[in-house]
Design a protein around this ligand. Sequence first.
Ligand code: MN
Length: 470
Amino acid sequence: MKYIPTIGVECHVQLATKTKLFSEIDNDARGKEPNSCVSPVDYALPGMLPRLNGEAIKFAIRAGRAMNCKINNYSRFDRKHYFYPDSPKGYQITQFYHPIIGEGYVELPSGTKVRVEHAHLEGDAGKLTHFDTYSLVDLNRVDTPLIEIVSMPDIHSAADARDYCKELWRLMTFAGVSYGDLYNGNMRFDVNVSIAPEGSDELGTRTETKNLNSFRSIERAVEYEIKRQTKLLEAGEKVVQETRGWNDATGETTGQRSKEEAKDYRYMPEPDLPPINLTDEFIAEESAKLPLMPADYRAKFNGHLPNDTLEILLDYPQLIAKLAEVDEFAIKKVANWFTSVLLAEENTSLLNDALPSENQLEELVTMTDKNELSSTGAKEVFIKFFDPEMHFKATREIAKELGVIQENDLGALEAIVDAVLAKPETQKAQEDYRNGEQKVIGFLVGQVMKESHGKANPSAVQEILKKKLA
Ligand code: MN
């Protein structure tokens, strides 16, 4: 029997606000001592009251609009009760009944649309680190603002699940609401997977694999679950509804807890925070702050760049923004330099930090257009834009230092050609060429290049040679 997989994704996104969701403590704990970014509100000292961070509301509006979602004028917070050592309040402040972000959709590069059911604002939990006989609690992450994005079960393959998560990452980073640092857990994905016989109206029993934080692991975990569930059903067994964990080393998911013992979170409205009432004007004002998004770039570069090149470039938000400033006719050239560096360099993080300036790029384009640089020379200069020693220098200066500026002065070139043609060791080649051996011209061009120390423009040299030998 053929089974059709159905996949839904829940994604937690850490918002890059300056301060935490309910206190005035620094929200960026990267590189800081454990428990150094914590206020009495975060560690739940009795009597402390949360105060909502307005910036988080603005970021949520932008995030929602990036996903074509309706922003709700009315939303509010609820308490979700559970005990965990990294959550001192004993409950999480989240939005259960009235989320700020309503329905919308994400369009994948393939054109497939995945509907977003809703997305809500909530505070993150702290972090536990387990050792042999003890565990350590770090509360720096407590009440970092999160939005949890809940998709509809519109995905039917592991590749689409990966593409959806990757597109979410792009939307959030392009919208500027998250650092999107996957390695540090800025975005975490839970995938719900079930399978059902082809043609069936009902969905099968689903499992939830939690806390995936790379696109590769998302694809692998979904693939694994589809295979595992298919095997069970084919053997006449049942899929158990449960939470599963992913082991990247073994490439397997393992059962963690069954949903039959699902907790009752005793949701109740958060009494310490007033509801959020947003006017249409406020929502429109914040939505207008969205910069160009992946869909805008796809439309803008359509026809100028091959799709696969464009999709690579879309992994680098600052880079593609830079590219959009480049003159339409030069886009192809500049995009090719970027992709060749991307493919050549192991560490591509450079490409989001120290990008070449508009002036540098423009001059590079002009110099190649004037044949002052060959395509190889241009690439060499381009790579130096990322060299900490060179990146601040003007294009021409870098080209000079590298000695790659081509000699285009026809008078000067002719003199060099004449000198080469006068040499005894080129006489036989000249004779062969006149006798119809066309390919010998390559040897002569090479001799001129050598004489010019590589600075002659080879196509100009060839023209001159042909004229002289005609
Ligand atoms: Mn959540």
